[in-house]
Ligand binder design. Structure first.
Ligand code: DGJ
Length: 732
C-alpha cells in the first residue's frame, strides 16, 4: 500500500497518509457524507455509521427514505434550507432573490499534487515530496451553481488541506453570501475547545473550554485576521495535554475577516467549520465566473498539542513559508524603534551601524520615521521618499556604512495606509477606503488605502519597487497598524459592495506576490502592531513575523508559548530590549531577556550606544552564542514543556533533528515555592541515548528524562530563568 493515496471504492473516498485517514462517502450517488478523520485506517467498513432513525422535526432529504435527514448525518458542507439546521458553510442567492443550494453529487477527480490557488496563499507543492488532491463536484440544478470540494493529502504529514470553489454554470448571476473553506462533523465525545485570544501587546493568549450545546462563534470583522481571535481552533479529548491525547485542529490560510464556528447540537453531533467571515460578505458571480475560498489546514494528532504543533511546524516550514528562506540563516537584527522611535537620522544611525557591526549584529533596521515629513504618527504614510532633513544624503550613506562594516541594512514600510496629511492623499483623495456619504474614521491618525483597485495596488508596487532599486536594502518590515472601518470603494458597483474585504485581501496578496518575486533576496518580515496579523496567509509571503510590540520578557513567555502552537521558532521574531521595559516598566535581568529572545528568531531593539562596558561584553557574548546555537534553534524541533497559562512556570525546549543536543529554557513569573522543586518531564529525547548536562557534567538517560523527568531549581530573584544544555554522549 502507498504511504499516501486517495482511493475511491464502493462509494467511499478514502484519503490517507502514513499518519491519518479521512473518509467521506456517497449516499445513493447523490449526497456526500462525512465518515472519519482520525488515525490511519487500513480498511473502513462503516462501523461508526448509525442506522437512520426517523426523528420528529427532521426533514427527509429523500422522499423514498423518510428516515434519511441531513440533520442527522455528518456532512462535508452544508447549505441552509435543506433540512440541516446546524451552522451552514455555504449560502447562495439567485438573481430573483431566492436562496439556492440543493447540491447533488456530479463526479470526482483525483490528481497528482496540490491545487495551489494562484491568487491566494496556499500550501505549496514541494519537489521530492508527493501530494494528491481529490476534487468532488456537486451541482444545484435550480441555480446552475457547481460546488467543487477539494481535499489534499500530503506525503509524510498528518495534515489535510481543504478548500471549496463555486462556479456559476447557470444563465443568470448568483450571489455567494457565505463560502466557508471546511466543515467537519463528528460525534461529540467530551471534546474541549482550545482557541487563542489577545490584543495589542498581548497576543496568543490561550483559552480552553468545555463545549456545551449551541454554537460558539469567533473570528474577525476587522479587515485583518487580528490578534483578538486568530484563525485557529482545536478540539481535544478532555485528557489531552502537551505530550499526549487526541487533538484535531484547523487553521485558515487567510489574513482577512474570518470565523470559526463550533456547534454541539441536540443529538450531540459536533460541528467545526471555518472560512471567510460572512458578516458584510457577498460575492457576485456572473455566468462562467468562479469563487475560490482560502485553504484550511486540518491537523490530526494522537500525541497531544506538541504532536499537533510538530505537524504545523513541519508543514509550514516545508510548504508554506517562502522557499528561498528554507534552511537559510536569518540575520540577527538591531531595530531602531525602541532606540529612537520617530527620531531617526543619518547622524544617529551611522554610529549605531558601526557599533552594531562591532558587537556582532548582522542587520540594522531603520524603522518608522525616515520618510515624508514624519515625526509622529500624524503624517506621511503613502509618501515613500526619504526625509531630507533627517537624511540629507538619502539612505546611501547608511547603505555604504553597513557594507563597509560587513552588515546589512533593512527598512520599514506601512504601505497599505494613507495619512490624511500626505502628498498621496492630496493627489488622490479617493484612494482611501470609505463610504460615499460618511467621513472615514481615523485609526492611529491614518486611513486605509483602497487596495481593491488595481491602480492603487500598482502605485504601491511601483513606488516600493522604485525605492528598493534605488536603495538595495536586504530586509523590509511590512507593518499594518489599524483595523478597517468604512469598507467602501468608489470602484465597486452597488451589487458588489460586499466584495470589499476579500478584494482588499486579493489586492494585498497580489502586491506581496509581485514584490517578493521581484526582490527574492530581500527578507520580508510581517508585522501588524506586532502579531496583529500573524497568520499563515501573511506567512506565505514573509517567513518571519514580529510577534508582539510587547518586548517584556515576562509577558512574552505566554505570547511566544501561544504562537508556538502553530508557528515554529524561525517564524517568531523576538527582541531583547532595554530595562525598565518600555511597555511594562519591569526590570527583568539580562539573562532572562536573552533566554526569551534566544528561543526564537532573535534580534535586539535598544540603544547599543548607551551600554556600559560590562553590558557591551554581555551583548557581544550573547550574539556569539546565539550564532553557535542558531541552526538548532531555527532548524530543530520546538516542544512546549510547561504552560505559563497553567501557573507560575513556563518551559520549552529545542532539540536538533538527530536528538543529540537539546537546549531547555525554564522561566518563572515570580520566585516562589514552585521554583524550589519543579520537575520537567522531557519525552522528546532519544530514550536510548545518554545525555550530559553541559554546566554540571551530570549524565541522564533519555529514558529517565522522559519518565522520571529533570529536577530544575531556579536562582533566587525576580523573573528567574534557567538554561540547560544537554548533549548526547558519543557512544563508544
Ligand atoms: C508598530 C510596530 O509593531 C513597531 O515595531 C513599530 O514598527 C511601529 N509600528 C512603528 O510605527
Amino acid at each position: 500500500m502507498n504511504s499516501f493515496d486517495i482511493q475511491f471504492h464502493n462509494g467511499q473516498f478514502h484519503l490517507f497518509s502514513s499518519k491519518v485517514s479521512y473518509i467521506c462517502e456517497l449516499h445513493k450517488d447523490a449526497w456526500l457524507l462525512h465518515r472519519y478523520w482520525d488515525p490511519r485506517l487500513t480498511a473502513y467498513h462503516g462501523a461508526n455509521c448509525p442506522e437512520p432513525v426517523k426523528r420528529t422535526f427532521a426533514a427527509a432529504a429523500d422522499p423514498e427514505e423518510p428516515a434519511f435527514s441531513l440533520e442527522m448525518e455528518p456532512q462535508e458542507f452544508s447549505c441552509p434550507h435543506q433540512g440541516d439546521y446546524r451552522e451552514s458553510s455555504l449560502a447562495l442567492r439567485r438573481q430573483d432573490g431566492w436562496p439556492a443550494g440543493r447540491f447533488r453529487y456530479q463526479g470526482y477527480e483525483i490528481t497528482e499534487g496540490l491545487y495551489a490557488p494562484e491568487d491566494l496563499p496556499h500550501i505549496r507543492p514541494l519537489d521530492g515530496k508527493g501530494a494528491k488532491t481529490l476534487s468532488i463536484r456537486l451541482r444545484d440544478e435550480a441555480s446552475g451553481a457547481m460546488l467543487t470540494l477539494r481535499y489534499s493529502v500530503l506525503e509524510d504529514s498528518a495534515a489535510i488541506v481543504r478548500s471549496a470553489e463555486i462556479t456559476n454554470e447557470g444563465t443568470g448571476p448568483i450571489w455567494v453570501e457565505r463560502a466557508f473553506s471546511a466543515l467537519l462533523d463528528m460525534p461529540y465525545d467530551g471534546e474541549e475547545l482550545v482557541t487563542f485570544h489577545g490584543t495589542h501587546q498581548k497576543e496568543f493568549q490561550m483559552d480552553r473550554r468545555l463545549i456545551g450545546h449551541g454554537t460558539i462563534s469567533f473570528g474577525s470583522t476587522r479587515g485583518a485576521s487580528g490578534p483578538q481571535y486568530p484563525p485557529f481552533a482545536a478540539l481535544c479529548a478532555p485528557e489531552a495535554a502537551e505530550h499526549s491525547g487526541e487533538v484535531r485542529a484547523l487553521q485558515l490560510i487567510y489574513s482577512g475577516n474570518h470565523c470559526v464556528r463550533v456547534e454541539r447540537d441536540q443529538y450531540d453531533h459536533l460541528r467545526l467549520t471555518t472560512g471567510i467571515h460572512p458578516e458584510g460578505f457577498s460575492w457576485k458571480l456572473e455566468p462562467g465566473e468562479r469563487f475560490q475560498t482560502p485553504e484550511a489546514v486540518l491537523v490530526y494528532s494522537g500525541q497531544g498539542f506538541n504532536g499537533m504543533s510538530q505537524v504545523f511546524h513541519q508543514l509550514y516550514t516545508e510548504r508554506l513559508f517562502p522557499r528561498q528562506w528554507a534552511g537559510r540563516t536569518r540575520p540577527i537584527l538591531l531595530n531602531s524603534w525602541e532606540m529612537c522611535y520617530f527620531d531617526v537620522s543619518e547622524e544617529k544611525l551611522l554610529p549605531v551601524i558601526r557599533e552594531a557591526a562591532a558587537l556582532g549584529f548582522e542587520l540594522v533596521v531603520l524603522d518608522d520615521g525616515w520618510f515624508g515629513h514624519r515625526n509622529n504618527s500624524k503624517s506621511s504614510l503613502g509618501d515613500w521618499t526619504v526625509n531630507r532633513e533627517k537624511f540629507p544624503n538619502g539612505l546611501t550613506p547608511l547603505l555604504d556604512c553597513a557594507r563597509e562594516n560587513g552588515i546589512q541594512l533593512g527598512i520599514w514600510f506601512e504601505s497599505e495606509m494613507i495619512s490624511p496629511d500626505s502628498d498621496l492623499m492630496r493627489a488622490h483623495p479617493d484612494w482611501a477606503a470609505r463610504f460615499p456619504d460618511d467621513a472615514p474614521l481615523l485609526g492611529r491618525n491614518q486611513l486605509v488605502l483602497d487596495l481593491t483597485r488595481r491602480e492603487v495596488q500598482d502605485y504601491v508596487l511601483d513606488t516600493l519597487s522604485g525605492f528598493l532599486r534605488t536603495y538595495p536594502v536586504s530586509y523590509v518590515k511590512w507593518d499594518m497598524n489599524r483595523h478597517m472601518t468604512d469598507p467602501g470603494s468608489a470602484s465597486l458597483p452597488p451589487d458588489r459592495t460586499g466584495e470589499f474585504f476579500h478584494r482588499y485581501m486579493l489586492g494585498l496578496y497580489r502586491i506581496l506576490h509581485e514584490l517578493t518575486a521581484r526582490f527574492p533576496e530581500i527578507l520580508f518580515e510581517n508585522c501588524s502592531s506586532g502579531g496583529g496579523r500573524f497568520d499563515p496567509g501573511m506567512s506565505f509571503y514573509m517567513p518571519q513575523t514580529w510577534c508582539s510590540d510587547n518586548t517584556d520578557a515576562l509577558d512574552r513567555q505566554s505570547i511566544q508559548y501561544g504562537a508556538s502552537y502553530m508557528f515554529p521558532p524561525s517564524a517568531i521574531s523576538a527582541h531583547v530590549s532595554a530595562v525598565p521595559n518600555h511597555q511594562t516598566g519591569r526590570m527583568i535581568p539580562f539573562e532572562t531577556r536573552a533566554a526569551l529572545a534566544s528561543s526564537a528568531n532573535m534580534g535586539y531593539e535598544l540603544n547599543i550606544l548607551d551600554l556600559s562596558p560590562e553590558e557591551r561584553e554581555q551583548v557581544r557574548e550573547h550574539l556569539a552564542l546565539y550564532k553557535e546555537e542558531r541552526d538548532l534553534i531555527l532548524g530543530g524541533a520546538f516542544y512546549r514543556l510547561r504552560s505559563p497559562f497553567d501557573g507560575n512556570l513556563c518551559a520549552w525546549m529545542l532539540v536538533d533533528r538527530k536528538r543529540e543536543k537539546a537546549i531547555l529554557y525554564a522561566f518563572a513569573a515570580s520566585y516562589d515555592v514552585s521554583c524550589l522543586s519543579a520537575v520537567l518531564k522531557i519525552p522528546y529525547l532519544d530514550q536510548k541515548k545518554l545525555y550530559v548536562e553541559r554546566n554540571t557534567g551530570r549524565r541522564f538517560s533519555g529514558e529517565e528524562l522522559r519518565y522520571a523527568g529533570l529536577a530544575v531549581r531556579f536562582p533566587q530573584g525576580d523573573f528567574p530563568a534557567i538554561k540547560i544544555v544537554l548533549q548526547a554522549e558519543t557512544m563508544s
